[in-house]
Design a protein around this ligand. Sequence first.
Ligand SMILES: Cc1cc2nc3c(=O)[nH]c(=O)nc-3n(C[C@H](O)[C@H](O)[C@H](O)COP(=O)(O)O)c2cc1C
Length: 430
Amino acid sequence: MGSHIEDEYRSIMTGDGSPTLSLPPTWELMHADEGAFTERQYLYQPLVEKAFEAVPEPVFLSLGLGLGYNELLIAFEALERGRKPALIASYETAGFLKDAFAAWLRGAPVALTPVYDQITALYAVRYAQAPAAAKSFLLDLMQSDRFRLLGPIETGEPSAAHGILFDAFSPKTCPQLWTSEFLDVFFDRAAATPCFVSTHACNGKLKRALKKNGFTITIQDGFGRKWESLWAQRNLIRGETMKAISEFRKPDFAIDALFYERWSPRVFNGEEIPDEVLNKLFEAARWAPSCFNEQPWRFLYAKRGSEDWNLFLGALVEMNQAWAGSASVLIACVSKKTFTRNGKPNGTHSFDAGAAWQNLALQAHLLGWAAHGMAGVQYEKAAADLNITEDFKVEMMIAVGRTEDLQGKEWTPSGRNTVESFITKGKWDK
Ligand SMILES: Cc1cc2nc3c(=O)[nH]c(=O)nc-3n(C[C@H](O)[C@H](O)[C@H](O)COP(=O)(O)O)c2cc1C
């Protein structure tokens, strides 16, 4: 049923009456032959919806422009919601597809015009919107640099995206996109938080790269003959818990949600924390400010299941041991009491260590993890067991883990005093 248009590509009609292409040399179909349009909806519509729900102006990254199915989907979803993405970045190896789509948006006749028109018409019916509206929406985005048609992903620096439409060809056709080296770095650079990823592909390297970068993976039914598809998300907080927090915690003044969505759970799922995540937590701590830039903080840690784990857990008071045992890593935050430069007492060593701990906790939250600070520590035992010397103070311990949804469990997020209650303009009244 395929029709040969040029040597560069063949246009094929798929099972639901929507077109796809196949490109040389493998002639692999760009979309499912059971139905390109239906497949796009199946794989990517939930992702586009989630991204628009999660952030006011999401960034989308599409790996493969193909026939513009993904970009048109985003445009129609945006129109329906009266919203605009901050950016759609589409990476495409086949230069003629980029040129043809851009030319079509500008209204120039191209060989693929009937194909693009047909796809747009299908979406227009589905969304009850005028085809021309989506076309001019994308053109506006392109002219304001909010829709970028880019070359192969391997050569670019991806933007931090909230929605990644991982629409790569198979490892056979595009082996360079399926190496661990590429995937690990790609998700590190390309994913913002929150971020949603959807793809028809689910191989081990992809799953490992997503896990390393803090994603939770769900394997779903595949479309058509495909067995499986993959959904991954890196949320600030998951599902019900997120809802509970946003219902309970409302800032009086508009600030970044990071500050009031961070919280201290007492239920963790014990999953292994990758070194990549742990290193990022310490990196965030590293950049805290401190008096004379002394950086008096020190962190000792033990991962769950490691040799020192029981030593760290045993240093907590019993009440904390009861729940912190389900964490992925326990960290002791220690600070140096004197300045290294002159040996004199440092009056702000605890204060500075506090800034470092807060950086760590916020970074954990941004990566979809949670850090819970504990002063319920057997301090003398901790200092002795962890070999902390006299010049250092054990400040607190920190349990880091991934929290499960707390649906059905007793939990109310903590509130806060009003700003008014701790602010005074000028001096205190006598
Ligand atoms: C220095 C410090 C010590 C804490 N000690 C404990 C502790 O020993 N056990 C515990 O369950 N929570 C402890 N917490 C957590 C606090 O109870 C929690 O941060 C506070 O109630 C605010 O809630 P939120 O972090 O969820 O916003 C501690 C927090 C800090 C910053």
